[in-house]
Design a protein around this ligand. Structure first.
Ligand SMILES: Cc1cc2nc3c(=O)[nH]c(=O)nc-3n(C[C@H](O)[C@H](O)[C@H](O)COP(=O)(O)OP(=O)(O)OC[C@H]3O[C@@H](n4cnc5c(N)ncnc54)[C@H](O)[C@@H]3O)c2cc1C
Length: 477
């Protein structure tokens, strides 16, 4: 009779043969970056990091792990913000990194689709689409590191959701290796397909708990040829919402971005990020970053934007505005927004709440949540920013200046729980775009009905009865 440990050792040797030396990392230094989450909030141990180079290799690895009862943690770019790609501390799980599966298999311009493997970096996919004269619109600050597999597994959002939807809306077909190693080839580039359940949607946003995404057929769009960006100073979130509504009325679907920044968020950026400066001569309490874009080169959007801003200034919805005169100026305005996470990191520990409420209720939510959190924590520096047009606010809390990082982070569940309560009062979601992972798993049960949790458990049981796919993530015990 052999022990479990001997079985595992034999299985690991078979896995090593499958992926070869190029796909095998078991030394401490080599494994270190895969074991630690971006901000260092989650840190685990693993038996080995395995990097298969093809779907067939992923399938063999999964089949071997299934037979031996070894748990697998899929990982792509490891930029996730809720510990979903980090292993536990047992040292028995294996990390399955998709980074070597980085081929773009096909670009079908006439069908407006691109087929990418899971380890393609998002920026690489965007560039390949551009090289073909098309747009792949998924865009987020981590795009130089995050990968398609992780983008789909988290149903990533980002700055273009308002116009193009989140990752889920951009997928036409999927290839997935199931927990037992079988390959589901659903790589169809169809815009209409009602033949039974839409299986791909199960795996998108499942954070690696139901299977390993190995490739996807993604939708492409016409490249924008006329792009206009403005930063608008406003008195409060109600004015920001009124501004968004009026620009949307004027520009329709040509409004591609509408981001909200608090004064504190801009202060952090100007203080910490080289090359960023406040474009206004006086401080304002809130800012809205607007982007209008069209595939038509002379779309008249500049005039539309200027007229809308003029009306907002006259009607009191805006206090001041700068409109970019060049692509470079537009990029400088976007840099202010995209630098907020990094700037906030440099201000010390922060408790992040990635929440959404109906767009119409964002101002009231911000008012209520700020009051509740400030009452619970003396000196807390509320630093909200995010995707106003999607109702998705990063309601982040920076530690009081006199409190240590550790002491503040020890209050994560308490202060996060207070924010969750307000979110629920506003019919919102406690996880808008970053997901659940380990970070919000315990809180998920409180935010969804028992029936929803039961359905989630049934799906998990149906697809992964042995519980080997990314255990301890998403679905509450
Ligand atoms: C600076 C910064 C800005 C960000 N901005 C945004 C933003 O605007 N919008 C947004 O939505 N997110 C944002 N994020 C979060 C993060 O970048 C996204 O969640 C991204 O989609 C994760 O991709 P990844 O390749 O890094 O995935 P990973 O971190 O490697 O994995 C994330 C999850 O997906 C699972 N997974 C990974 N690959 C696979 C696969 N092939 N099959 C099945 N499961 C898999 C993992 O197990 C894990 O649960 C930001 C992160 C940073 C650091």
């Amino acid at each position: 009779m052999t022990s479990k440990r001997t079985d595992h050792a034999a299985t690991l040797q078979q896995i090593r043969k499958t992926v070869g030396d190029a796909g095998w990392i078991d030394d401490a230094d080599g494994m270190a970056p895969y074991l630690r989450e971006w901000r260092g909030l989650f840190h685990g141990q693993a038996a080995v990091v395995v990097c298969p180079a093809s779907t067939a290799e992923v399938s063999q690895v999964m089949s071997l792990c299934h037979q031996a009862g070894i748990a697998v943690v899929p990982q792509s770019g490891n930029t996730g913000l809720c510990g979903g790609a980090a292993p536990d501390r047992s040292g028995e799980q294996i990390i399955l990194s998709l980074r070597r599966m980085n081929r773009i298999r096909d670009v079908d311009v006439a069908n407006d689709t691109l087929t990418a493997e899971a380890g393609c970096v998002l920026a690489q996919v965007q560039q390949r689409a551009r090289d073909s004269g098309r747009l792949f619109p998924l865009s987020l600050a981590a795009e130089g590191s995050c990968m398609m597999g992780g983008n789909l597994a988290t149903n990533a959002g980002g700055i273009n959701v308002l116009r193009y939807g989140n990752a889920r809306a951009l997928v036409l077909g999927l290839e997935v290796v199931l927990p037992d190693g079988r390959i589901w080839d659903g790589l169809r580039g169809l815009r209409k397909d009602n033949a039974g359940y839409d299986l791909k949607q199960l795996f998108i946003g499942a954070e690696g708990t139901l299977g390993v995404i190995t490739a996807a057929v993604m939708r492409l769009f016409p490249l924008p040829r006329d792009v206009h960006t403005a930063l608008v100073a406003v008195a409060d979130p109600a004015a920001a919402l009124a501004l968004y509504r009026s620009v949307r009325e004027a520009a329709g679907d040509d409004i591609t971005g509408c981001e909200l920044l608090s004064r504190r968020a801009l202060d952090f950026v100007v203080r910490h990020v080289q090359g960023c400066r406040d474009p206004f001569s006086t401080p304002h309490p809130w800012y809205v970053l607007l982007e209008l874009s069209s595939a038509r080169s002379n779309s008249g959007l500049r005039e539309t934007l200027e007229q809308a801003l003029q009306s907002a200034l006259q009607g009191g919805h805006a206090s001041d505005a700068v409109v970019a005169d060049s692509l470079a100026q537009g990029e400088a305005l976007w840099l202010l927004r995209e630098s907020v996470p990094e700037a906030q990191r440099r201000e010390g520990a922060s408790i992040k709440n990635d929440v959404s409420v109906p767009v119409s209720r964002v101002p009231a939510f911000l008012h209520a949540a700020t009051a509740r959190v400030e009452a619970a924590c003396d000196g807390v520096r509320v630093c909200p920013f995010g995707h106003l047009g999607d109702g998705n606010i990063h309601f982040n809390l920076s530690r009081p200046t006199a409190v240590s990082d550790d002491a503040f982070l020890a209050r994560w569940d308490e202060l996060g729980g207070i924010v969750d309560e307000v979110v629920m009062e506003f019919d919102g979601s406690i996880a808008a775009e970053h997901g659940i992972g380990q970070l919000r798993r315990a809180r998920l049960a409180a935010s969804r009905s028992p029936l929803e949790i039961e359905l989630m458990r049934s799906l998990k049981q149906a697809l992964d009865p042995a519980g080997l796919m990314n255990p301890g993530k998403v679905v509450p015990d």
